[in-house]
Design a binder for this molecule. Structure first.
Ligand SMILES: [Cu+2]
Length: 292
């Protein structure tokens, strides 16, 4: 009896510790810790994650049950050797066949979700050409032509300005990627998605964003000294604000005194903060600190 009490107490402590050590809040529990995204693609990945967790837990409970049953009730009682069972063919076939079925089902649903996330077949309402370079980003809005230059409008980050990518909500968006030097990776955590930007390779993806807001974007591929400072900001706005933003950009061309300030001016035109709110530029000229 005392042993049962001790085991129960230990199991209770372990369960509490496991809950506390994961650092998850109760809100995360129904999502099994999956972060909340802002795209239907992220929602589909959440469903796959929940189903996989439930399947894993079901198998976990079965395995733990068998383990603890054996530990608790099949302990050594005397020196007699228990009945030895060898070559149980039906059992061996079962534990070969069942995991195969589990893997096949997981593979099937993973492939379905991956195909959905990677689907680029819809007609995009907005196409943005993203250029990654050491250590910043440029965004070219291919659907919006500057009448004075005949070129699509663009913005680019600098050592003192965080580049801001403005995109409309509830529209199919296509992001084309280009690298000027080494491998970078386009990553906005809220998109629950990254795609490598590889020199010489034309990577692209499509998304639809359902929530307005400001989200930090990062380079997710170690690309040199200032890789960790290679941030941008994603602003998601209504389609009319997106149009107003890009047409405001189109009013400026190289040589204009305000050309380098066009991102801030266009953001002000749609009533948004003129500079990044989720991240800030870090000085690229770092000097060694000397004590005393
Ligand atoms: Cu990079």
């Amino acid at each position: 009896m005392r042993r049962v009490q001790r085991v129960t107490r230990l199991a209770g402590i372990a369960a509490l510790l496991a809950l506390a050590a994961t650092g998850c809040s109760w809100n995360d529990l129904p999502r099994f810790g999956w972060p909340s995204g802002i795209t239907p693609q992220g929602e589909r990945m959440l469903h796959l994650w929940i189903a996989s967790c439930i399947a894993a837990l079901a198998i976990g409970v079965l395995v733990w049950g068998l383990m603890f049953w054996t530990i608790a009730f099949d302990r050594k009682k005397d020196d007699r050797v228990p009945k030895q069972t060898k070559y149980n063919l039906p059992l061996e076939l079962t534990y070969t066949f069942v995991p195969l079925v589990i893997i096949a089902v997981l593979f099937y649903f993973t492939a379905i979700t991956e195909n959905y996330v990677n689907d680029n077949s819809k007609k995009a309402a907005v196409t943005v050409h993203t250029v990654a370079f050491k250590w910043n980003w440029a965004f070219r809005y291919d659907n919006v032509i500057n009448p004075n230059t005949g070129q699509p409008v663009d913005t680019v980050g600098s050592a003192t300005t965080i580049p801001i990518l403005v995109l409309p909500v509830n529209k199919v968006i296509r992001i084309d990627e280009e690298s000027r030097d080494v491998i970078h990776s386009f990553w906005v955590p809220e998109l629950l998605f990254k795609r490598d930007v590889i020199p010489g390779l034309h990577n692209y993806f499509q998304i639809t964003i359902t929530k307005k807001g400001a989200y930090v974007g990062r380079c997710a591929e170690l690309c040199g000294t200032y890789h960790s400072d290679m941030n941008f900001e994603l602003r998601t706005v209504s389609f009319s604000d997106y149009q107003k933003y890009t047409t405001t950009l189109a009013a400026y061309q190289p040589g204009d005194p305000q050309y380098n300030n066009r991102q801030a001016i266009a953001l002000a035109a749609i009533g948004l903060p003129t500079h990044a709110v989720t991240t800030h530029p870090l000085p690229t000229e770092r000097t060694e600190r000397h004590a005393g």
